[in-house]
Design a protein around this ligand. Structure first.
Ligand code: 3HC
Length: 697
């Protein structure tokens, strides 16, 4: 029939097979092939039809690479309406991940059979879209309004078993899926069950309160996002009007979302995340080292979280601490983390126990002699790290990968403490490491290609999003953060308050305000780091005067019950503290700063453009491989709103010329110490180029 869709009649059943690797996305060719096939099946001697896919998955969705290009017929909703209208029974046979338009294809079929391991879902919301091929209309009719809203607003895939409970899958397949689907189709024909069309089902009538509750939930959890309210509107329409009026509204809102910058940003993030996994200059054929066991040094919050990340992926971990007492403390934190996951319903008790059993404790380096990878996660002191790496060099077997979880230190220097520099690299996890998805993989100057390739592959195994960074102080993320925090502090002393600076950034979309982040991380950490530096390296006194005063007054942040804010000892609820306002005003006066009202827009621009300007330097210095990598770091590690696409995408959206003009304005107002435009940004603007076509290295 075509390269991507084939058609045969086997024992009276028309078998339509999609073969469009890697994920059978619904490209124009697939849509055309399916249309031709369903038309052929409608007119020939076959008794029923099955649609199934070759390769690792059923159709995983519309072809995202076609988005933003002119529409090419047949359009998916029309194709699916035609499949549904087929006069013969059509069965979808699902394996792998039937997602988005793929699941909508299955929903347009009359019956669905799935292997037990299959996952189905409507993840469009994660791309700033809504299911645009009947999903918002068919799911509520099949599964009910609440289930439909849950599925589409969360965008998370569900299991076959769950889908069966919701009425979205009819049967679980035993053995070979194609065979099982054919038998099912045969059985349906024999029993006289005709086509069962979701579009013809009556929707349940639900109280408006259900939609209002969903809208309230979305306003809180998906703050700032435009797709979720559109999804709610589609489902509301699905119930209030008939199928075709509902589908018309779905189409309008889908088209609206498609041209919404939020969707462009989220689609950029989708591809940037996948691109980040690829290391420039490293062949796909690079051999990988086997990693079947891991050692973690340091049982603090970080080490414990790292250990859990591996155990959760089924990899045994040996956790090393300096004393039995410290080890016990570390293991008990892990125990309570697992208990918390069970309590929150994230893990079953059984699974949690199995993971926990994979973590064993030790207090002697000899116990790391046979592990395939060691991650050092002790206090961020370079000398201590070097001592540890010298010991690892003596202890670990040949070929073991030695990684440091340092957030700032020079990985080249740490590697020099060993006689096996090619085996050493950085693996910078983010706290809490068992939850945060980002992993900065720091490539030192002598890191071997296979060590890097193995670590990138391992990151995927433990479900982290890995980004390669070169060696510099703070790598990609923390290096950029310095200017962001500096500007937050400067806005504070120049006229803001903790709550106004935080609100400006949270309203803009950041997960947490910068001042609250400082309180959460502990103000003493930065204080100690500053104290260790000579005076001339501490930076602008106006940017650390207030935090220094707070720390010296015993206000370390959340952990001491007060920092920039006050924290309720029981609930940790944050509240503003008038005393802090007095301190800020006093210190501003001492520094001869005349406080003024700072508009939220200025706060946002100063903080975000500080990030962006440093991002350009990081790119030009070759620390990040590509702009999208920086975006991935900020979205997965620093609470940057994905729907704004990350700092570099955002700068492109605003327009590099405008960004540069604002940075120049800040330079003229605040001085060039902080606001010298990055040379790469200037170069791009001067030559009229965009980040997308920047390829220099
Ligand atoms: N369109 C185009 N390319 C896609 C794609 C899609 N829908 N889904 C995945 N790909 C590509 C990836 O970019 C990647 O390409 P690369 O190898 O060149 O980097 C390749 O397929 C493999 O993808 P992954 O690396 O993500 O493979 P995994 O096995 O880890 O995951 C997956 C597979 C779960 C299917 C995951 O790729 C995924 O979640 N895909 C997106 C699914 C989705 O969002 N579907 C909805 C699309 S919107 C829609 O359908 C609108 C409709 O309602 C009208």
């Amino acid at each position: 029939m075509s390269d991507v869709v084939s058609y045969v009649i086997d024992r009276n059943i028309a078998v339509i097979t999609v073969k469009n690797p890697p994920v059978n996305a619904l490209s124009q060719a697939v849509r055309q092939g399916l249309l031709d096939a369903i038309r052929q099946a409608s007119g020939d001697e076959s008794k029923a039809v099955i649609i199934h896919c070759e390769g690792r998955t059923f159709i995983a969705g519309a072809d995202i690479t076609e988005f933003g290009k002119p529409h090419a017929e047949p359009l998916l909703p029309d194709l699916l309406n035609e499949i549904e209208a087929c006069g013969k029974v059509v069965v979808a046979a699902l394996h792998g991940t039937a997602l988005g338009g793929g699941f909508e294809t299955a929903l347009s079929c009359h019956y669905r059979i799935a292997v037990p391991e299959a996952k189905v879902g409507l993840p469009e919301v994660k791309l700033g879209l809504l299911p645009g091929a009947g999903g918002t209309q068919r799911v509520p009719r099949l599964a009910g309004v609440e289930a439909a809203l849950d599925l589409m607003l969360a965008g998370a895939p569900i299991s076959t078993e769950h889908a069966m409970q919701l009425g979205l899958v009819d049967r679980m397949a035993d053995g070979d899926l194609r065979e099982a689907a054919m038998n099912y189709a045969q059985e349906l024909v024999e029993s006289g069950a005709g086509p069962r069309r979701a579009s013809e089902m009556d929707g349940e009538s639900v109280d408006d309160a259900v939609f209002d509750a969903a809208a309230a939930m979305v306003a809180k959890r998906a703050r700032g996002q435009s797709a979720p309210p559109r999804i709610i509107e589609c489902v509301r329409t699905a119930m209030a009007t008939g199928f075709s009026a509902g589908q018309k509204r779905e189409r309008e809102l889908f088209t609206e979302s498609m041209s919404d910058p939020q969707s462009a940003a989220l689609r950029h993030v989708f591809f940037a995340e996948r691109e980040a996994a690829k290391v420039v200059g490293l062949s796909k054929e690079t051999p990988l080292r086997e990693i079947n066991s891991v050692g973690v040094i340091g049982g603090g919050t970080m080490g414990g979280g790292i250990a859990m990340s591996f155990a959760n992926a089924g990899i045994p971990v040996r956790l090393l601490e300096i004393s039995e007492e410290a080890l016990e403390r570390g293991l008990s934190i892990i125990d309570s983390n697992y208990a918390g996951s069970v309590k929150r319903g994230k893990l079953s008790e059984d699974k949690a126990q199995k993971c926990r059993e994979l973590i064993s404790g030790a207090t002697d380096y000899g116990s790391l002699a046979d592990v395939d990878l060691v991650i050092e996660a002790v206090f961020d002191d370079p000398e201590l790290k070097k001592t540890i790496f010298a010991k690892l060099d003596e202890t670990c077997k040949a070929g073991a990968i030695l990684a440091t979880n340092t957030s700032y230190q020079d990985v080249d220097e740490i590697a020099k403490a060993t006689n096996r520099r090619p085996d050493v690299l950085g693996m910078h996890f983010f706290s809490p490491a068992h939850i945060m998805k980002l992993l900065e993989v720091v490539r030192a100057d002598k890191t071997a290609d296979d060590v890097l390739a193995t670590t990138m592959a391992l990151a995927k195994r433990i479900r982290k999003v890995a980004v390669v960074s070169g060696v510099c102080y703070g790598f990609i993320g923390n290096r950029m953060l310095q200017g962001y925090f500096r500007e937050a502090q400067l806005c504070l002393i120049e006229g803001g308050l903790p709550e106004t600076v935080d609100a400006a950034m949270v309203d803009w979309g950041m997960a947490m305000g910068p001042i609250s982040v400082g309180d959460l991380a502990g103000l003493d950490v930065g204080y100690k780091a500053r104290q260790a530096l000579p005076d001339h390296e501490r930076g602008d006194p106006a940017a650390f005067r207030v935090p220094d005063v707070l720390v010296e007054a015993g206000r370390f942040g959340q952990k001491s019950g007060k920092g920039f804010y006050l924290y309720d000892p029981d609930t940790r609820k944050q509240s503003p503290d008038p005393e802090v306002q007095t301190i800020i005003e006093r210190e501003a006066a001492a520094l001869n700063i005349e406080r003024r009202e700072i508009p939220a827009a200025e706060i946002v621009d100063r903080l975000i453009y500080a990030l962006v300007n440093e991002g350009f330097r990081i790119l030009e210095g070759g620390i990040a491989q590509r702009p999208g990598d920086i975006d991935v770091v900020y979205i997965y590690g620093y609470g940057f709103p994905a729907w704004r696409g990350g700092p570099m995408h955002y700068a492109s959206e605003v327009g590099l010329e405008k960004v540069l003009a604002r940075i120049v304005e800040f330079r003229d107002r605040f001085g060039e110490d902080h606001w010298t435009p990055a040379p790469l940004l200037e170069k791009l603007v001067l030559s009229g180029r965009s980040l997308a076509d920047w390829t220099e290295r």
